[in-house]
Design a protein around this ligand. Structure first.
Ligand code: PRE
Length: 312
């Protein structure tokens, strides 16, 4: 999918989420049609049904790890493809309706991931405050303005607090400064984004049942081809207790011979393997490739075997 001003994008909304900030980093997105969705699942369903071209969703946070809602929703159902990734620095504020003092805060609304990233600050500053889950940090801010009063403060971005005229009682309340969330733009299967030399490949690998040593064999497919993994997480399939899949990011593009060869090896072990895309790394970091796992070395080995099979 080529990004253009005629493209349309869903994103985890409402306006003012970190996810919208990630979408606005995509060239052309500012003037494209942008459709807020109330959940990650709804944003991805809009892609599957064809009502939008692609959706921006959070996938991983440097403090809290993988975003389960996204990892699970892209692992099943009609196939989807990750087209690009965006990194967004995350800073949280504690916002209230004008006139509310910190001492009066009893319940705080926010997204589960944001709550987890501000736990220490909350413990130290509003110890007895309860958590009220909302579908996003921006939804928590909107709820303060037009909600039913279920909570009296929101953990959200400084941007949305300012836009809604809320009072900011504390800034930079995340427990880790320099926290970053990684977002992915997800579309339907189409021509792959071109190989750049600094790419990432995302996979869903079901753990084969009753297969002793399967995890070791799966990891070995990457290790033997010199393919580095930048993320590996296990998630339950939800089918029955003990049934898991691995969600993996590997360095490289499926057009790199070492990655393609690892994928073929993985498919032999786990035929339900799902390819979720090869796309440019946001940090542009190129992997170190050893000589024996380079495209040239794979090409020379193929030519050598070809000669033998042709009787030369
Ligand atoms: O609530 C938002 O603003 C989001 O974009 C979601 C989300 C997440 O899912 O992790 C994104 C970044 C922050 O880490 C907290 C919440």
């Amino acid at each position: 999918m080529r990004v253009s001003t005629s493209s349309s994008y869903a994103y985890l909304g409402p306006e003012g989420t970190f996810t919208e900030a990630a979408l606005l980093q995509v060239p052309g997105a500012e003037s494209a049609r942008r459709v807020p969705a109330s959940t990650v699942g709804a944003a991805l369903d809009a892609v599957r049904s064809g009502s939008v071209d692609a959706a921006m969703v959070p996938i991983e946070n440097s403090v809290e790890g993988g975003v389960s809602a996204t990892l699970d929703a892209i692992a099943v159902g009609a196939p989807l493809r990750i087209l690009r990734e965006e990194l967004v620095p995350i800073t949280f504020v504690l916002a209230v309706r004008p006139g509310t003092a910190l001492e009066a805060v009893r319940r705080i609304g926010t997204h589960g991931h944001a709550w987890a990233q501000c736990r220490n600050w909350v413990d130290a500053n509003v110890r007895d405050a309860e958590y009220f889950p909302t579908s996003s940090t921006a939804a928590a801010a909107y709820g303060l303005v037009d909600g039913d009063g279920s909570y009296d403060a929101a953990i959200c971005s400084p941007l949305v607090a300012g836009r809604l005229g809320l009072t900011v009682l504390a800034t930079d309340i995340g427990d880790v400064t320099d926290a970053v969330t990684r977002f992915v733009l997800v579309g339907r299967p189409d021509a792959l984004p071109p190989r750049t030399g600094a790419d990432k490949t995302t996979l869903v690998i079901p753990l084969p049942e009753d297969h002793p040593g399967a995890l070791m064999q799966i990891l070995d497919q990457f290790a033997a081809r010199g393919v580095n993994l930048s993320r590996i997480e296990s998630r339950p399939t939800g089918q029955f207790l003990g049934d898991y899949f691995f969600s993996v990011d590997a360095d490289g593009h499926v057009e790199d011979a070492r990655v393609a060869d690892a994928l073929k090896g993985l498919h032999r072990i786990s035929p339900g393997l799902r390819f979720l895309g090869s796309y440019a790394r946001a940090d542009r970091r190129t992997p170190a490739v050893e000589r024996h796992t380079s495209d040239d070395a794979f090409g020379a080995a193929d030519a050598w075997l070809g000669d033998i099979l042709e009787g030369r």
